[in-house]
Write a protein that binds this ligand. Sequence first.
Ligand code: ADP
Length: 436
Amino acid sequence: MPVKRRLGVAWRSSIWRIVAMLVVALVAGVALHAVALALLVAFAALFAIELWRLAKLSRLVGERRWPSASGNGIWDALQNARRDGQRRRIDEKRRLASALRAFRDAAAALPDAVVALDEDGRIDWFNAAANDLLGLKYPHDIGAHLTNLLRSPRVAEWLADASEPLADLPSPADESRRLSLRLIRYADDRALLVARDISQLMRLEQVRRDFVANVSHELRTPLTVVHGYLDMIEPEQMPEFEPILHELRNQSRRMTQIVEDLLTLSRLEARGELPQERIGMRALVEALRREAVALSQGRHEITAHADLCDLQGSSKELHSAFSNLVSNAVRYTPAGGRIEVRWICGAGEGRLSVTDTGQGIPAQHLPRLTERFYRVSTSRSRETGGTGLGLSIVKHVLQLHQARLDIRSEAGVGSTFACVFGAQRLLPPLEEADSP
Ligand code: ADP
């Protein structure tokens, strides 16, 4: 029976008992000709009984578990209601404790290190893998600041934002193991640090890089020989083979270009530090305009604009990345189209954009354009001498400059490829820098 109904029944039975006692007192009072006295005695008795029950109940206050009461008055009903509430709470606590234990057991069994941090970045809890991968010791490190235990400037810098994972960190417990760290924020200011051992993954990645670099390198010499011999053959000597010779030259040139692009990518991937040169953007934009004019051979209207501010980075790599964008704009824009190269500084960033009114790219291809050998139309790319590696090279060069490639395109309307640099890469032009 629900508590409310049980209390209702108990109230009614208590009231009936009081009424019955008063009726008996009244009858006795009439019989004895002392109605007032009989009623007074009855009230006093009732008051004493209720006081006694209340005193009995109050003795239970503070007890963790109340016993059940067997009577059917309101005090017994209240005692039973309280006892049921206590039982429910104890059961709930038990269920919560067992769910928490199950959760901790599951987290402890994870192969990844999991560290729970409180609002101040102090360690609240960690699993067994955190001992193995991060060298945390239980209970010594509970309550310690994470940055005091992972003493690396990279970690301290990363923790300030931590929106992206931090990859390739040597494990504090074993330098030969490499870790990837992720910070997951939850419940206002709390956070979970998850560290994964990526040593095996990195070894495989290195094997892949070495393989591509070695294959490209090994192919370079035989290709140079084939190319050299093909150039030595005069088509006039064997006119019947002229179309075949033409095709052979084209294909060997294409293969050489693919090998060169693959080697460029391998070189970029292996690169740590870049030269920090001043790149005069006015001159560079003008050079890009001239390249576009030469490639277009009068088929397009080409314009250029450069704001007065320079860029810091590797001049050679950035020039090659921007040239790739210009060459793509010329190759994928039909004759009569417009191409514009712009360098704009402002709003805390610098933007080198190449806009064309060419064939454009359907939206579903945009996320994959910078993958190696990804092409929207393979035949058009081949016809125009593309290798499918150009945008991949652009992406790598930009990554080395902490910049990003922003692609906007609409099929049949045109495209804008923009290289976006952060304010830390921008320099005032020399005249301004020199002036006091
Ligand atoms: P490719 O050597 O084939 O040009 P890229 O990596 O430079 O390789 O470009 C990848 C693909 O992106 C191209 O094959 C092409 O389909 C598409 N693409 C690149 N730039 C443009 C552009 N300006 N207009 C239309 N499509 C483009």
